[in-house]
Write a protein that binds this ligand. Structure first.
Ligand SMILES: Cc1ncc(C[n+]2csc(CCOP(=O)(O)OP(=O)(O)O)c2C)c(N)n1
Ligand SMILES: [Mg+2]
Length: 344
C-alpha cells in the first residue's frame, strides 16, 4: 500500500510524546505558561464573585479546570492565526492576550468591553488578536474556523485557524461538515475538542456512542490526536505538531483534550448530577497544581514562589475587575438600537 493510501485508510494518531516540542521551552517560557494558567483561573474566580454580586447581566460558563488546553494551544500559535471559541471561551481569550479589563468590562456590559459591552460573557472576541468569534450555538464555531483556514490557505502566508469546541458539539452537524470539507481541501485548521465528559447536565455516555472523540477523525481521513488536557506541556506538544503540519500544507488535525470542568455548566449550577468520586478524582488532577508540582520537581520554580505568583495574579485580577466595574455603560439609545436591528 502506498503512503498516501495508508494515510487515508489508517490515519495515525498523533501521540503527544512523539514530538517533544516542549523540550525546547526555556524556564521563562514554562513560568509564562504557569502564569497564563493562573491568570485564567483568577479571571474565572473573579467572574464568579462578580456574578454573585450582580455585576454580570446574562449568563456565564466558566472554565476552571480547562486552563491547560487554552494555554497549551495558544503557545503553539502565531500572532496572525485565527481562533473561534465557544460560550466557555474566557480562557481562550485570556491565553491569547486579551486585556482582562476589556474582558471584565464586556461581561459587566460596559462600553470599554471588547465588544462595546453589547456581547457579554458568551461573545468575547477581538479581531486584532485573531479572536474571530465566540459562539453560543453549540458547534457553530467550527465552520467559521474552517472558513478562516480557507482564507489563510488562499493568502499563502502559513497562517492557521483553531476551533475550540466541546464533546457535545461533536454530535452537531456542523462538526461533521467542517471536518469533511477541511479534510478534502487540506485546510490549515486545528479542531480542538475539550472533552470534559459533560454536555450541560448529561454525561457523555448518555449522548455519544463512545467517549473518545478523536476516533471520529478516521471518518474524515485526518490524524486524530488524544492528549491529557490537564497537562499543559502535552497539549503544547500536540498542538505544535498539528500546527506544523497545517502550516506546511498537511491539512487539519482533530485534537481531543481530556479534561474536566471543575464547576457547574453555567451560572450557579451546583453540578450535583456528577458522581462525587469522579469530581474528586479530577480535582486531584488540577492542571495548575500538576504543573506547579512538575516545575518544582525539575527545579524551575520554588514552592513558595508559586504561591507568591498565585497571590500576585489574583490581586491584579481583582484590581482589574474593580476597575471595569467602575467604567461607564455604553451610551446607546435602546429604542434606536432596536429600530436599527429589527428594521426591514
Ligand atoms: C445548537 C445548540 N443546541 C443546544 C444548545 C444548548 N446548549 C448550550 S451548552 C450545551 C452543552 C454543550 O456541551 P459541550 O459541547 O460538551 O461543551 P461544554 O459546555 O461542556 O464546554 C448545550 C446543549 C445550544 N446552545 N446550541
Ligand atoms: Mg462538554
Amino acid at each position: 500500500m502506498g503512503r498516501e493510501a495508508e494515510r487515508i485508510t489508517n490515519p495515525r494518531p498523533v501521540m503527544a510524546a512523539a514530538n517533544r516540542y516542549s523540550a525546547h521551552l526555556t524556564p521563562e517560557d514554562r513560568i509564562g505558561l504557569l502564569r497564563d494558567m493562573l491568570r485564567i483561573r483568577a479571571f474565572e474566580d473573579e467572574v464568579y464573585r462578580a456574578l454573585l454580586a450582580g455585576l454580570v447581566p446574562g449568563t456565564t460558563h466558566l472554565c476552571q479546570g480547562h486552563e491547560a488546553v487554552s494555554v497549551g494551544v495558544a503557545k503553539a500559535l502565531r500572532p496572525d492565526d485565527y481562533i473561534a471559541c465557544t460560550y466557555r471561551g474566557h480562557g481562550h481569550c485570556i491565553a491569547r492576550g486579551m486585556d482582562p479589563v476589556a474582558g471584565f468590562a464586556e461581561l459587566f456590559g460596559r462600553a470599554a468591553g471588547c465588544c462595546g459591552g453589547l456581547g457579554g460573557s458568551m461573545h468575547l472576541m477581538d479581531k486584532r488578536l485573531g479572536l474571530i468569534g465566540a459562539f453560543s450555538i453549540v458547534g457553530a464555531g467550527l465552520p467559521f474556523a474552517t472558513g478562516a483556514a480557507m482564507a489563510a490557505q488562499m493568502d499563502g502566508r502559513g497562517q492557521l485557524a483553531v476551533a475550540f469546541f466541546g464533546d457535545g458539539a461533536a454530535n452537531i452537524g456542523a462538526f461533521h461538515e467542517a471536518l469533511n470539507l477541511a479534510s478534502v481541501w487540506k485546510l490549515p485548521v486545528l479542531f480542538v475538542c475539550e472533552n470534559n465528559l459533560y454536555g450541560e447536565y448529561s454525561r457523555i455516555d448518555r449522548t455519544t456512542p463512545f467517549e473518545d472523540i478523536a476516533r471520529r477523525a478516521d471518518a474524515y481521513a485526518m490524524p486524530g490526536a488524544q492528549v491529557d488536557g490537564n497537562d499543559v506541556l502535552a497539549v503544547y506538544d500536540t498542538a505544535a505538531e498539528a500546527a506544523a503540519r497545517a502550516r506546511s500544507g498537511g491539512g487539519p488535525t482533530l485534537i481531543e483534550c481530556k479534561t474536566y470542568r471543575q464547576g457547574g455548566h453555567s451560572r450557579t449550577d451546583p453540578a450535583k448530577y456528577r458522581p462525587k468520586e469522579e469530581v474528586e478524582a479530577w480535582l486531584k488532577r488540577d492542571p495548575i497544581a500538576l504543573f506547579i508540582r512538575a516545575l518544582v520537581k525539575e527545579g524551575t520554580l520554588a514552592e513558595d514562589a508559586a504561591e507568591r505568583l498565585r497571590t500576585e495574579i489574583r490581586d491584579a485580577m481583582r484590581a482589574d475587575s474593580k476597575r471595569a466595574a467602575e467604567l461607564p455603560h455604553p451610551a446607546y439609545d435602546p429604542a434606536a438600537l432596536a429600530a436599527a436591528t429589527y428594521a426591514p
